[in-house]
Design a protein around this ligand. Structure first.
Ligand SMILES: Nc1ncnc2c1ncn2[C@@H]1O[C@H](COP(=O)(O)OP(=O)(O)OP(=O)(O)O)[C@@H](O)[C@H]1O
Ligand SMILES: [Mg+2]
Length: 223
């Protein structure tokens, strides 16, 4: 379902070095994800995990190489195509939650699902919130939620849109161990129910071990 070949991405190396100096973050990444497979991605801080998710999610351009999702060449999408791909095909759960502050949690979830062309029933939304332990937060605005509750609201929003591939960047990073375990359980159940693939960045070997496979990003490549 996901096929990455020879993916390269560099950034301007700001600072004192020569003007043309580049920081080569992804240096020939190759990766395959089968239909419905769940994969944990680990690696040191700064190894390029978030950058890789951003490129797969069409949030950042690659320098070269190929990223194919269900036969779509992500690196070749123009901006309107990329916007549609981000709304409908991938589900992004990032370190920043990006909830819309002027909408209630319930409206954040419903709005995001509608953007993806889905119209979950109120019962379905309530069931999802219940499973993620945020049922009591549905009528509240994001600012009234704790960090962990916001993280679960962002996860509910992503799952309600039923994407093909979920890209999650430390989705349980703000949660205590027990809540993190419980949220990962729900996330794996729902991912399986909608038949999506999951690429999840985590620093926890304990959480990583619960996914189908585990890879390490090191020196710009999958080790
Ligand atoms: N927009 C940018 N401009 C310049 N450099 C960047 C940019 N984004 C990331 N980098 C650099 O690229 C490298 C990889 O960053 P990235 O955020 O992908 O790491 P990471 O593996 O997700 O780290 P962490 O575990 O701390 O989240 C870092 O050295 C970072 O400073
Ligand atoms: Mg990161």
């Amino acid at each position: 379902m996901l096929k990455i070949r020879d993916l390269r991405k560099s950034f301007d190396a700001a600072g004192d070095g020569p003007a043309e100096a580049r920081l080569q973050v992804l240096d020939g990444v190759a990766l395959d994800l089968a239909e419905g497979e769940t994969l944990a991605l680990r690696g040191e801080s700064g190894s390029g995990k978030s950058t890789l998710l951003h490129v797969i999610g069409a949030l950042e351009p690659a320098d070269s190489g190929s990223v194919q999702l269900d036969g779509i060449e992500v690196t070749a999408l123009n901006e309107p195509q990329a916007a549609r791909f981000r709304r409908t095909t991938v589900g992004l759960v990032f370190q920043q939650f990006n909830l819309i502050p002027s909408l209630s949690v319930a409206d954040n979830i419903a709005f995001h699902a509608r953007l993806a062309g889905r119209s979950p029933s109120p019962e379905a939304l309530a069931g999802l919130a219940e499973r993620l332990g945020i049922a009591a937060q549905l009528g509240k605005f994001p600012e009234a939620l704790s960090g962990g509750q916001q993280q679960r609201a962002a996860l509910a929003r992503t799952l309600a849109a039923r994407p093909r591939l979920i890209l999650a960047d430390e989705p349980t990073g703000n949660l205590d161990e027990a809540t993190g375990d419980a949220v990962l359980t729900v996330m794996l159940e729902l991912t399986a129910e909608i038949g999506a693939g999951l690429l999840m960045v985590t620093h926890s070997s304990r959480l990583a071990a619960r996914l189908d496979r585990e890879l390490v990003l090191s020196k710009g490549r999958i080790a």
